[in-house]
Design a protein around this ligand. Structure first.
Ligand code: HEM
Ligand SMILES: *[C@@H]1O[C@H](CO)[C@@H](O)[C@H](O)[C@H]1NC(C)=O
Ligand SMILES: *[C@@H]1O[C@H](CO)[C@@H](O)[C@H](O)[C@H]1NC(C)=O
Length: 332
């Protein structure tokens, strides 16, 4: 007589218990907020990441600033209801989107490159499998690696899905303006689960790209925590009135990810008020980090990459939440 036919009621209870435990383990393996993974597209579309990298490289060759604009798009996406591609949505009759929020209006750029990436990746994958939110994360990583070299390359986590709505008022209340004081910057970052080290490291994003006169005018005419010769040198580019959109590089090497942004802060040559708030020579944690990063590329690279991954993990939509958009500017 076989063992299974002779199974007593005691064994039955035991195997039921085993099933319950297995069920609980499976349930625990599908967390409410599923994790992102670096291999998300490896099986479904192995060409996705190389194709995106090629389009980003081509766009940077065409316009050296564009990678900076792409990095900023990812930041502005993540800080408004998480990294969900919401910044890319045009206004509809149901909502006013984020593109005209204070920090984005006449400022956020790179949307047509995102469209170009989306078209190329969907064509390579033969169907829309890569979300617009992931495209922003990948394009930001690629830009940083292209401008910064191998020390600034990191494995980007993927599997985000796209939001079906966007909100200008959420963008207005969540994106920090350059007028913020240190404590306002700290609490803004804290509200996103990011600490002082993340604030300083991620502000290192200003090692690339440009700012408009209107964002630093008050600083060069009215502030005292600024090198006077540096301030004077900017007054042609940024007159007291007019020239609001005139551009100034955020650090001396706007197409290179390096530590010059931090060296500048140590010398009171931060372009934005918010930049200089990080360094006042007062021995605070942020002062020490600025000093460290100004002298140590590898320390900056290590912390910047870790904080980028942390920022990229902000409230992603995963699993069956949201959707994979067919066009990044509108919901399906
Ligand atoms: C800490 C708070 C921050 C403030 C107040 C701030 C503010 C600004 C401002 C005012 C500009 C110039 C925009 C314009 O004139 O149109 C700018 C540009 C830029 N920001 Fe930030 N930013 C912050 C953090 C970050 C972070 C965390 C990143 C990325 C990790 C980032 C990446 C950039 C880049 C790359 C540019 C240049 C964009 C371009 O040239 O198109 N910023 N930021
Ligand atoms: C955005 O900028 C445009 C052009 O300067 C301006 O006309 C418009 O009023 C701005 N929108 C908002 C919401 O500030
Ligand atoms: C300098 O500060 C004064 C007083 O706050 C303000 O009225 C003026 O507009 C500022 N100047 C510039 C160029 O921002």
């Amino acid at each position: 007589m076989s063992h299974s036919l002779n199974m007593g009621s005691h064994d039955g209870v035991q195997s039921l218990a085993v099933f319950v435990v297995i069920g609980m383990v499976i349930t625990l393996m599908i967390p409410a907020n599923a994790n992102l993974s670096s291999h998300f597209y490896d099986k479904v579309c192995p060409q996705a990441l190389p194709v995106i990298r090629t389009v980003v490289q081509r766009a940077i060759n065409r316009e050296p600033r564009i990678g900076a604009s792409l990095l900023r798009l990812h930041f502005h996406d993540c800080f408004v209801n998480g990294c969900d591609g919401s910044i890319l949505l045009d206004d509809t009759k149901n909502f006013i989107g984020e593109k005209t929020a204070f920090a984005n209006n006449n400022s956020a750029r790179g949307f047509s490159v995102v469209d170009e990436i989306k078209a190329a990746v969907d064509k390579a994958c033969k169907r829309p499998v890569v979300s617009c939110a992931d495209i922003l994360a990948i394009a930001a990583r690629d830009s940083v690696a292209i401008y910064g070299g191998k020390h600034f390359w990191y494995q980007v986590l993927l599997g985000r899905r796209d939001a079906r709505t966007a909100s200008r008022s959420a963008a207005n209340s969540n994106l920090p303006p350059p007028t913020f004081s240190f404590s306002q910057l700290v609490s803004n970052f804290q509200s996103h689960g990011l600490n002082v080290k993340d604030l300083v490291a991620l502000s290192g994003g200003h090692t690339i790209g440009f700012a408009r006169c209107t964002t630093f005018r008050n600083r060069i005419y009215n502030e005292s925590n600024i090198d006077p010769r540096f301030a004077a040198s900017l007054r042609n580019t940024c007159p007291r009135s007019g020239g609001d959109n005139n551009l100034q590089k955020l650090d001396p090497t706007p197409a290179r990810v390096d530590t010059k942004y931090f060296t500048d802060l140590v010398h009171k040559k931060g372009l934005l008020h918010s930049d200089q708030e990080l360094f006042k020579g007062q021995g605070r944690e942020s002062d020490k980090l600025v000093q460290l990063y100004s002298k140590n590329t590898l320390a900056f690279a290590r912390d910047f990459k870790a904080s980028m991954i942390k920022m990229g993990n902000l409230k992603p939509l995963t699993g069956r939440q949201g959707e994979i958009r067919c066009h990044c500017r509108r919901i399906n």
